[in-house]
Design a protein around this ligand. Structure first.
Ligand SMILES: Cc1cc2nc3c(=O)[nH]c(=O)nc-3n(C[C@H](O)[C@H](O)[C@H](O)COP(=O)(O)OP(=O)(O)OC[C@H]3O[C@@H](n4cnc5c(N)ncnc54)[C@H](O)[C@@H]3O)c2cc1C
Length: 505
């Protein structure tokens, strides 16, 4: 694949050229730690760009010196120590399951790094159903953990991505689950620091396990330093497992495009007053298709849960509220419970997702992507743009106009799902699906560039970056001194750049 014009290659620190003696020595030593079969090295430059295989976004494949596949935290520690010894031994880019689809998949932002694939660390180390936490390694998938929790009084907050995606990887990139932001689930991290020291930050179970889960500790908390971070490699996390609600339901509302701003304000009031739980969603007509949305109409999913009586009461209140607005063409609360309803199957899957079941067979995921998880990077074309919006009708209507402008200018089909994260915050998930070929990819990347520019101009900045826009962190931050502070920490903790700069350098 020839280089796309959108590619950004302006690293803050220059990586070592391909094949320095120090890099070869570090890789030889890594092979002794892991065994030769868990080290994939590139023989020449062409192979360096093929080592990771294709990515669904058709970002330019970065040159990668090697891929290392440890299976234990101790091996990770030894490898990080090896790459910390000299400045030109190369830098490590850690991935958990590497399914960061739309933002770069397993690709690093920068060329000539060594990919540390942690998919082989796949143990659920401990599960405490009474206290509500699990210690999981980076290769543990949401499907794996949710299976362990089925028929228990606890659940894991799942995303609508594939069942085989990592809980740790998603949380470390500030992913969003159906019940809330994944960072809220993260209560402790085991981190290998440059140099090879392992530290446990946040809350961690002690021998007697009597201390309640509380991530903040005493004094400054180091946990957030390792999220979207190049300061360490995470080898395990303590994940919060919330109590499973006794009952749950999703209320579906449909409305036509002109009502977008008014509906947003109405739904905001319901969110602010606590009438709906988890992350309610508003889908534009393109995004709503996979959920049985009516042609040309927007779709709203309002989850309610609690005791059976609370669910009945909240359903009654919300449907009456919706009727009173006069804004909706369809109001339904029985799709999930009535097998004869045309949207029964899809609504059941959504309801189960809110209850912690990530759709093990990926039925909805396949419907959206056209292929299964194992084919996404080779056969589907997919890009994400993830800006945050204030929760107001005016802001949502403005964002909707910007999306239409980018679509009209590039001919790219955009879809938007609004994740309502709280009474004042919306995660606006813009997805671009395109055929997995160069011409379509170029148009989609042009649309992405337009969106970065027009949304920033409107004050709607993204909270996750893709590998081509890693250089945007400075431009999008509110205080240059705060960014400089994190770079000072990087210089102190990682003077030899053992860990690659990444997307949030
Ligand atoms: C149809 C579809 C639906 C999706 N739905 C959602 C959704 O609902 N919510 C959502 O958030 N995303 C969603 N995604 C995006 C993506 O698939 C998920 O975010 C996925 O969980 C990320 O891949 P991963 O879990 O394999 O993480 P990885 O790719 O392994 O990790 C993500 C990033 O975190 C960092 N990282 C990972 N592991 C470590 C480590 N051990 N130490 C230090 N840094 C590390 C790296 O920078 C890495 O690039 C969706 C994608 C598609 C195609």
């Amino acid at each position: 694949m020839p280089e796309l014009t959108t590619a950004v290659d302006s690293p803050v620190t220059a990586p070592p050229g391909p094949g320095t003696a120090a890099l070869r020595a570090a890789l030889d030593a890594a092979a002794r730690v892991l065994g030769e079969d868990r080290v994939a090295r590139a023989a020449d430059d062409a192979e360096r760009s093929r080592l990771l295989g294709p990515n669904t976004s058709l970002f330019r494949s970065r040159r990668v010196a090697a891929v290392l596949r440890p299976t234990t935290a101790e091996q990770v520690r030894e490898i990080v120590e090896l790459f910390s010894r000299e400045p030109d031994s190369g830098s490590l880019h850690a991935v958990s399951t590497g399914r960061n689809w739309g933002l770069g998949s397993r690709e690093p932002a920068q060329d000539d790094v060594v990919v540390l694939d942690l998919g082989g660390l796949d143990r659920v180390r401990t599960l405490d159903l009474d206290a509500g936490w699990a210690v999981v390694e980076p290769g543990v998938t949401q499907g794996q953990l949710s299976r362990l929790l089925s028929h228990t009084p606890r659940l894991v907050n799942v995303t609508v991505s594939a069942a085989e995606t990592s809980i740790v990887g998603n949380a470390l990139d500030r992913g969003v689950g159906m019940r809330g932001q994944r960072t809220e689930d993260l209560v402790g991290l085991e981190v290998v620091l440059p140099g090879g020291e392992t530290v446990r930050v946040g809350w961690w179970p002690t021998a007697g396990r009597t201390a309640p889960v509380y991530p903040h500790g005493l004094g400054p908390s180091a946990l957030p330093l390792f999220v979207q971070s190049n300061l360490g490699v995470v080898t395990a996390a303590v994940i919060r497992l919330p109590p499973r609600p006794e009952a749950g339901r999703v209320i579906r509302l449909s409305f036509p495009a002109p009502a977008l701003a008014e509906v947003t304000d109405a739904v905001r009031r319901w969110v602010a007053q606590g009438l709906t739980r988890g992350v309610p969603r508003i889908y534009d007509p393109a995004a709503g298709q996979a959920y049985g949305g009516a042609e040309g109409e927007y779709l709203v999913h309002l989850p309610v849960d609690g005791t059976a009586e609370a669910v009945e009461a909240l359903t009654g209140i919300l449907t009456a509220e919706a009727r009173r607005t006069g804004l909706f063409t369809d109001i339904s609360a029985t799709d999930g419970s009535d097998p004869s309803h045309p949207n029964h199957e899809v609504t059941r899957l959504v309801e189960r997702g809110y209850a912690g079941d990530p759709d093990i067979t990926d039925t909805l995921f396949r419907a959206k992507m056209g292929v299964g998880a194992d084919k996404v990077d080779t056969a589907a074309g997919f890009l994400f743009f993830l800006p945050l919006l204030p929760f107001t009708g005016e802001a949502v209507a403005h964002a909707d106009r910007l999306l239409r402008e980018a679509a009209a200018e590039t001919g790219v089909r955009l879809s938007a799902t609004l994740h309502l994260l709280g009474p004042d915050l919306i995660d606006c998930v813009v997805a671009m699906k395109f055929p997995h070929e160069e011409e379509a990819a170029e148009r989609a990347h042009r649309a992405l560039d337009l969106l970065y520019a027009s949304f920033a101009e409107a004050g709607f900045t993204p909270y996750r970056l893709d590998i081509d826009h890693a250089g945007q962190r400075d431009a999008l931050s509110v205080d240059a001194a705060a960014v400089a502070l994190t770079r000072r920490l990087k210089a102190v903790l990682d003077p030899n750049n053992a860990i690659a700069p990444g997307r949030y350098r």
